[in-house]
Design a protein around this ligand. Structure first.
Ligand code: AMP
Ligand code: MG
Length: 323
């Protein structure tokens, strides 16, 4: 079976094509050019304008015709309402016009499943860090459970907002990573509450500091503080769950410093650490296609009226019947 997956939770539009044996036949991602923060309606407009071309490009890359697609999957949430609706409507159109089944997939679980597929991790504790999400997730008794998460903004959003407001540019993650290479440590608020995290106070403090401190020092300190917070919670979750694998997913996971810090922790706990390649680390369509295949092949069936979107769709709401 071949599945086409459509990702469109935020500013990226992705179409991926994956076969049942786990081969990624195409994975095309188009970024909306950003000059400020993400505006949901403008991002949705971008997706609507580009879906036809991205779809065509993905089919061409895979060497397939739309008639060869046997299942279509889309990001049901979490994400920005207008963007999600464009992905859902595109998937419904493909489903109806080609008489193929449709499946709505949880975006966060998509990240985890493509991570497991490409790295070979079997039952990892996952740190999922992106522009919109920061969660520590592990599978237990039929569901992906959230062991810790941000109470306010995501770590990627924190870094992106910092870079935007200091004029460093967009998206902030890779830029801040570059500046952080030569910085020195300045104290910033470190906020971990039990298993949960908060990044908004850190953002405010870092912006204040940037007014009269060296920008490289602030970038370095922002990364060190935010990533230490993430590693602390992840480490505690490793100890609590007893998992012997750690998987890093989400766009912020591309960061070398975060990878290095997690690798150290994993080594101390004798845990195997898995890092997927950058092409599947951030939002992409292949992860939705692959999760769609897992769901469909284990019996999930969605009627057209089930294909609504859920802006705050949590990973722990999904009954996992493919594991
Ligand atoms: P996603 O939503 O999973 O596609 O991830 C997007 C987020 O990843 C944005 O907040 C980016 O700034 C962030 N990102 C991308 N590359 C890096 C990097 N090298 N270091 C830190 N964050 C990054
Ligand atoms: Mg994501």
């Amino acid at each position: 079976m071949i599945c086409l997956g459509i990702e469109g939770t935020a500013e990226k539009l992705g179409v991926g094509i994956v076969s049942m044996d786990g081969e990624i036949l195409a994975n095309v991602v188009k970024h909306q050019p950003l000059f400020g923060g993400i505006h949901p309606r403008e991002a949705a407009q971008h997706h609507a304008e580009n879906i036809k071309d991205v779809l065509k490009e993905a089919l061409k890359k895979a060497g397939l015709d739309i008639k060869d697609i046997e299942l279509v999957a889309f990001s049901k949430g979490p994400g920005m309402g207008p963007c999600l609706r464009v992905a859902a409507i595109s998937a419904r159109t493909i489903s109806l016009s080609n008489s193929i089944p449709i499946v709505g997939a949880n975006h966060c679980i998509g990240h985890i499943e493509i991570g497991r597929l490409v790295t070979g991790a079997k039952d990892p504790l996952t740190l999922y860090v992106s522009g919109g999400n920061s969660q520590v997730i592990a599978y237990d008794s039929g569901r992906y459970r959230v062991f810790g998460e941000t109470l306010d903004i995501a770590v990627g959003n924190c870094i992106d907002q910092f870079a935007r407001n200091t004029g460093l540019g967009n998206p902030g993650g890779p830029i801040v990573e570059r500046y952080a290479k030569r910085g020195e440590y300045l104290p910033l608020p470190y906020i971990v509450k039990g298993m949960d995290l908060s990044f908004s106070g850190l953002l405010t403090a870092a912006l204040k500091k940037a007014k009269n401190a060296d920008i490289q020092d602030v970038c370095y300190s922002l990364q060190e503080t935010a990533f230490s917070m993430l590693v602390e919670v992840t480490e505690r979750a490793v100890a609590h769950t007893g998992k012997d694998e750690l998987l890093l997913v989400g766009g912020v996971g591309i960061n070398r410093r975060l990878q290095e810090m997690l690798a150290l922790m994993a080594e101390e706990h004798d845990v195997n650490f898995y890092i997927p390649g950058p092409e599947v680390m951030g939002d992409n369509g292949a992860m939705i296609a692959w999760l769609g295949l897992l769901m469909y092949s284990s019996g999930t069936r969605h009627r057209l009226e089930d294909t609504t979107v859920i802006q705050r769709y949590r990973a722990d709401e999904v009954e996992v019947n493919w594991r």
